[in-house]
Design a protein around this ligand. Sequence first.
Ligand SMILES: Nc1ncnc2c1ncn2[C@@H]1O[C@H](COP(=O)(O)OP(=O)(O)OP(=O)(O)O)[C@@H](O)[C@H]1O
Ligand SMILES: [Mg+2]
Length: 441
Amino acid sequence: MRHFRLCCDTTAIDSDEWKTCDIMVLKIESKTSPTCPHSWTRRSIDSAILQQWWKGAQVGMVFFRRHYMITLEVPSKDKSYHWLLSWITKHATRTQHLSVETSYMAHESGRVQTQFDFHPSPGNHIIWYGRKWIRVERTREKQMIDMHTGTPWESVTFTALGRDRKVFFNILQEARELALKQEEGRTVMYTAMGAEWRPFGFPRRRRPLSSVVLEAGVAERIVDDVKEFIGNPKWYTDRGIPYRRGYLLYGPPGCGKSSFITALAGELGYSICLMSLSDRSLSDDRLNHLLSVAPQQSIILLEDVDAAFVSRELLPTENPLAYQGMGRLTFSGLLNSLDGVASSEARIVFMTTNYIDRLDSALIRPGRVDLKQYIGHCTHWQLSQMFRRFYPDQAISEGQRFATSALAARTEISAAQVQGHFLLHKMDPAGSIQNVTQMKE
Ligand SMILES: Nc1ncnc2c1ncn2[C@@H]1O[C@H](COP(=O)(O)OP(=O)(O)OP(=O)(O)O)[C@@H](O)[C@H]1O
Ligand SMILES: [Mg+2]
């Protein structure tokens, strides 16, 4: 510590010595005048004091942060990241800086549904939670991109006063419950994005199993099998058998294969991981990885498994340069990936096809496909059941009359055709029977 005296004729001040000392005590003499020719020296001293003060404040701040504040950083890769964004949206009601996330879904009927979700934008937000002020900082890296998803790397950091971690546990738990509540009674559809599964669109309202009318006993057969499988993990581990089960639903288009799987997922409270094997960016490694990281309690759905390999063989000859250099899925890669699907969780793989005869027998051998089920055109029983479901106040005999007239007009009727026909006669069951011959192809 050194002492300086500030006055016009003080040589110590002119010598710059004061700039290097750690702490200085200045004694400003009253005779110092603003008109003094050495007034620049006073300005230097002022700024030095400021600098020292600022340095001290920074050190103090670091000390304070380290000992009296608690922070939690959540990177965008973490499962809870999206839950937390929704939680922040719910709590940071006063923030004026928002970013939008648009969900888009095209229904089978052609109806398009969109939803805009606001989230607090990158920057700082202050939230009052649990009798504490919490600073939430959302940062988005400009230079770093998540190679799997192609989105900028992001993170949120929560900062609170005190040392109690409980506040963060509470926030995480609340965020999780909030997210699960939004998904309650709904089926989440995941699609593969890069090397991870991302929820696709809105979680769909669960479709009741009874709304998919299959031939008598068919739905029960599959549901019982799946439930029995889920309920007996020990049976598999005791025998050293991989805990997975494969199903193949095959048959003509529009007869309810996909609808049934969706309804089944709803019944089990599972989500669906929809995988397109015709995706040209899909390689053996990627498929293998995706199947092993699929969310827990989900059904892996491979639609139109026949199409993938047929079209794959055609494409290079049609346009040999088109996908050069991109990883492509090979048939043996697919088989290996299916064999590798095993986890302590029940792993259920459903495949669908319109042409079972085009499938290689290796793909559908037991172990890869354990249960095959034909889902065919509507039978008499199905037609009358569908009629009764659509027009609940009609007599059983009316349903049978509809089924008989429909089958008299043509033998191959898909459930999708019947559904379309009923929609044309929404309020008119008699008209639907009368015009049954006009059912559209
Ligand atoms: N058995 C059924 N009971 C009730 N509705 C059905 C049934 N089958 C099909 N539908 C209706 O028909 C439409 C198409 O059905 P879905 O997509 O399940 O057929 P699919 O067998 O998967 O056809 P594809 O082979 O072309 O994929 C859906 O809107 C669904 O509601
Ligand atoms: Mg389908």
